[in-house]
Design a protein around this ligand. Structure first.
Ligand code: 6YU
Length: 497
């Protein structure tokens, strides 16, 4: 029965924690989590710059509303500001786009006039929304979102902006390049040329104005962990191989750890990041993953998005400013990749979000950079990154004496247990790939023991992939799969509540 079933969960990120929580509540007595690192939370990771609390990983609750499990848990644990709890805040539907007060600076060291560039912002938003609706239409003439946007923007510029003076038209195209880089960060991709057009609308947003955790996102994982029996997690315990069986046999699964320890389990829930799976699938599973599943692991995208926190003694931006964009005046070709990563990686950084409120954060900015440029940035020393950031800000503001007090950056690509930031639907992907990824082993129709290996984690959610709430729901989903499996075979063992 379910009480005796041995369940091993690989990974103590939010998906693994959520799965354990639900199984323990349902009366499973033999649940344990094996975690490679010395901490729980995975990509939920709160850090400090000086005495300021900052998020190295997940930042916002995307769409805080009643249907969002992260919002409900955070509210239950008392982790949110009163502002975020207001019904008005939950009702606001911005479709994933944040209504922030922006400032634009250009590479020639001047602040841009909002009126000049408003048409570019409007056009970009329209086209992005069109890309999301694209799923419902038949046929797929565009290989990627990037190809679609570039063609549409260039056509629009030629037809609708033909009477606009050359300099303004060019500037608007440069602004669009900047917005493409923002979109790369949102999607966790190197380039929008790598994101599938047909599948772009698969991702769903929830209503509610995105909010943060004033005391840190880790408050969420810590509260959940506190409800689990002590000793359920074993830290510093990387799993090397999951030995399952595709043959007709009653043998349980055997989990082999890096330190040589072998554990038997009736069910293993794998929650490792897709980036880790891409790199290690051939050694992590024995026998190897079935081909259809393997191909989906390879097709689905998993990119890098990093943050660079930069602290100043005094602000060089206005008090109402919420986001600062850096527009390169040589980028009117509608581009989101730099020509040479080593010499110009910094051009990929789209700008900075301003941490608010000032009383809590002081004068703190968060820079965002995605893709191969971001992966290269991770290899540089902190001093080299600081120098590049300082030069950049001095150039764009035209102020030669601005000097950061200190910086702190994330390095998700080189994190050996993550290998990037989060998933996206790459070129040639469809919802079928997400279904394949979440399908348990052995696959349907097999005669061997059912539900030997289950898959949870951010990348296995069919419409909320790349988010914390998506990850939570996949953990619960796989726990439910086991719960209903046992309730079907031994219904009498379950309390009727
Ligand atoms: C969100 C946000 N946010 C910014 C940045 C990052 C992410 N996300 P985990 O990796 O947590 O756990 C796996 C564990 O497994 C881990 O502990 C490993 O150590 C362990 N492990 C690995 N190998 C092992 C082995 N062999 N043995 C044992 N253990 C092993 N999400 O909701 N709001 O603001 C952001 C952001 C920089 C890096 C984010 C955000 C993503 C979440 O962090 C992430 O989904 C979950 O934490 C994952 O949990 P998990 O348990 O699955 O894995 C149109 C369209 C667009 C589509 N996208 C738009 C949405 C925007 C996405 N936004 C993200 C934005 C930011 C800024």
């Amino acid at each position: 029965g379910h009480r005796d079933a041995k369940v091993v969960i690989i990974g103590c990120g939010i998906a693994g924690i959520a799965a354990a929580q639900k199984l323990v509540k349902a009366g499973f007595h033999h649940v344990r989590i094996l975690e490679a690192t010395g901490r729980s939370g995975g990509r939920i990771k709160t850090g400090r710059i000086g005495d300021k609390i900052v998020e190295i990983g997940a930042n916002w609750i995307h769409g805080p509303c009643e249907e969002n499990p992260v919002f409900c848990l955070a509210r239950q644990y008392g982790l949110l500001d009163p502002e975020a709890l207001k019904p008005e805040n939950q009702a606001l539907d911005v479709g994933g786009h944040l209504p922030w007060v922006p400032r634009f600076f250009s590479s020639s060291g001047r602040e841009l006039n909002a009126e000049d560039i408003l048409p570019a912002q409007k056009l970009f938003l329209e086209l992005i929304n069109e890309s999301s609706d694209f799923q419902s239409q038949r046929g797929e003439p565009w290989p990627s979102v990037g190809d679609f946007l570039r063609a549409q923007v260039q056509q629009h510029a030629a037809e609708k902006w033909k009477d606009v003076d050359e300099a303004t038209r060019s500037l608007r195209l440069c602004v669009i390049s900047n917005m493409l880089k923002v979109e790369c960060c949102v999607n966790g991709t190197h380039s929008m040329d790598e994101v599938s057009m047909g599948a772009f609308g698969v991702y769903k947003t929830l209503p509610g104005l995105d909010c943060t955790f004033p005391g840190g996102y880790e408050g969420l994982t810590q509260n959940l962990m506190a409800e689990l029996p002590t000793g359920l997690v074993t830290y510093n315990k990387p799993v090397r191989c999951v030995n399952w069986t595709s043959a007709k046999s009653a043998e349980p699964v055997m989990v082999e750890c890096d330190d040589g320890q072998k554990l038997v389990a009736d069910h293993v829930i794998v929650t490792v990041p897709l980036g880790y799976l891409k790199k290690h699938h051939s050694t992590l599973f024995h026998p190897p993953l079935p081909l259809h599943k393997l191909h989906s692991v390879q097709r689905l995208g998993f990119g890098t998005n990093n943050k660079i926190f930069v602290e100043f003694d005094s602000p060089w931006w206005d008090a109402d400013c919420e986001v600062i964009f850096f527009v390169w005046e040589d980028e009117d070709a509608v581009v989101d990749q730099v020509p040479d990563v080593q010499s110009s990686w910094i051009k990929k950084l789209f700008g900075f979000t301003v941490l608010k409120p000032t009383e809590r954060y002081g004068h703190l900015l968060c820079g965002w950079i995605s893709g191969h440029e971001s992966e290269y940035m991770e290899t540089l020393s902190e001093q080299q990154v600081t120098d590049a950031i300082t030069q950049l800000i001095r150039r764009f503001t035209g102020n030669p004496i601005i000097t950061p007090r200190r910086i702190l950056r994330s390095q998700w690509f080189h994190d050996p247990w993550t290998c990037g930031s989060y998933s996206n639907l790459g070129k040639g992907c469809s919802e079928q790939d997400l279904d394949n990824l979440m399908e348990p082993l052995p696959p349907k129709g097999s005669k061997s023991q059912p539900l030997q290996v289950l898959f949870a984690g951010e990348a296995t959610h069919h419409c909320y992939f790349s988010t914390v709430h998506g990850a939570v729901l996949t953990g619960w989903r796989e726990a439910d799969r086991l719960i209903s499996h046992y309730s079907l075979i031994t219904p009498s063992e379950f309390p009727k509540s």
